[in-house]
Design a protein around this ligand. Structure first.
Ligand code: ATP
Ligand code: MN
Ligand code: MN
Length: 386
């Protein structure tokens, strides 16, 4: 090693999937500001700008120290001119005028409130904003036509905007385990998303369900939902025969098994202070499951609350890819796919990894093997909080 007067500069790799990003870091005062601008760019449907701010924020999350001056930013990747300007302002004045005016703006606040309704995306929120609507209740007062998801979103608005605790996630896990075990023995149920990354609260609870015996998982989703519904535990559900056929950045797909991969966006009714009771085993089910609100007249009271739950069923052959894909964070996933495409000539999805050069799918039985295929050091879930 050559002698140097300066301490070694912190080196940060440029893709988030090459770095370790812990849940708790040293620069929240900067990353919160940059993420407001990222969010606002999303509200304006400017994805490029949004991702640029998110990447900048993510670099700062990976630093092992507090950023105290502009010198600390030397040699850091991904920091665009705009982000640097915002950071400089905060370091010098304590706040950024652009961030503060965004935070205060009517558009940002209305978009935040309206997109905070389950089932409402940026496009609808923006249309409503331009029609003069500002708050979720305005949707009711002005008699807007809402789809079933949005109706549930308005109905359970308060509960769904209250963070789900780890404790509640565990209680939901027990219910999901009970439901799955009632209709299929030997299934494996894993907690995904933020809770797998070590978060203490989340906006929902994510589960991935599989079975060691390939094919045993087929048709599982409607059975599980039927069981939950019979127990009165479902307030809303919508299953989609996934796929990423629709998604533009996930062309990788295995040659078969596609239509077995199902997911369900749901709202559970969680009893407070105890787990769901009732053990009646009923295997008769209606396979024609569609979207529906089960308890339209029910309102959350002192004895229960509504919780958003995502369920995904994966055949065992795709389990490692599904695990990696549903653990997040969203930026980490995006960066993994970008790395695969730009640096490796591969295409990664929650189903498969395709190597364009070899023109074949690369198999994997674990997340470690996928990282290895991609030529990346393994990053454990707790350090994927990019
Ligand atoms: P939170 O605590 O807010 O729920 P989270 O990281 O769990 O944070 P989610 O939105 O639940 O965020 O997403 C969890 C994972 O599932 C992420 O990796 C995300 O990429 C993936 N995911 C979420 N929605 C979809 C979707 N519609 N299609 C494919 N993957 C998705
Ligand atoms: Mn989640
Ligand atoms: Mn989710």
């Amino acid at each position: 090693p050559k002698p140097s007067a300066d301490p070694p500069a912190t080196t940060v790799k440029s893709y988030a999937c090459q770095r370790r990003t812990p849940l708790k870091h040293h620069n929240t005062f900067l990353t919160d500001a940059l993420e407001i601008l990222a969010e606002n760019a999303e509200f304006n449907e400017n994805e490029g700008r949004s991702v640029a701010f998110r990447r900048s924020a993510s670099v700062l999350k990976a630093l092992p120290h507090v950023v105290r001056g502009m010198d600390d930013l030397k040699n850091l990747p991904c920091l665009g001119e705009h982000s640097v300007r915002v950071i400089k302002e905060i370091l010098e004045d304590g706040t950024s005028s652009e961030v503060e005016s965004t935070r205060q703006s009517e558009q940002y606040q209305a978009m935040k409130a309206l997109t905070g309704v389950f089932g409402v995306g940026v496009k609808s929120a923006d249309r409503w904003f331009r029609e003069g609507l500002r708050r979720p209740l305005d949707l009711i007062h002005t008699g807007q036509k809402l789809n079933l998801a949005q109706q549930a979103g308005v109905q359970y608005y308060n509960d769904l905007n209250r963070p789900v605790t780890k404790r509640e996630a565990v209680a939901i896990s027990h219910i999901v385990e009970k439901a799955v075990n009632a209709v299929l023995s030997g299934a494996i149920i894993t907690l995904m998303g933020g809770f797998r990354r070590g978060k203490e609260v989340g906006h929902d609870v994510d589960f991935l369900i599989t079975h060691l015996e390939e094919g045993a998982e087929e048709g599982l989703m409607p059975k599980v939902l039927n069981w939950l519904e019979e127990q009165g535990l479902l307030l809303y559900q919508k299953t989609t025969r996934n796929s990423y056929l629709e998604s533009k950045d996930g062309p990788a797909r295995p040659p078969h098994n596609l239509d077995r991969f199902e997911r369900c966006f749901s709202i559970f009714k969680l009893e407070k202070g105890k787990e769901g009771s009732g053990t009646s085993l009923n295997t008769s089910y209606d396979s024609g499951t569609t979207e529906g609100i089960t308890g339209t007249t029910e309102q959350p009271g002192p004895s229960w609350r509504a919780v958003r739950v995502d369920l995904v069923v994966s055949p065992f052959s795709q389990f490692a890819f599904a695990t990696l894909g549903w653990t997040g964070s969203k930026l980490f996933e995006r960066e993994l796919r970008r790395w695969a495409g730009q640096e490796k000539g591969m295409s990664l999805s929650s189903h498969a990894l395709y190597d364009s050069k070899q023109q074949r799918y690369l198999r994997a039985n674990s997340e470690e093997e996928i990282f290895a295929h991609l030529g990346l050091e393994y990053i454990p879930p707790s350090e994927r909080n990019a």
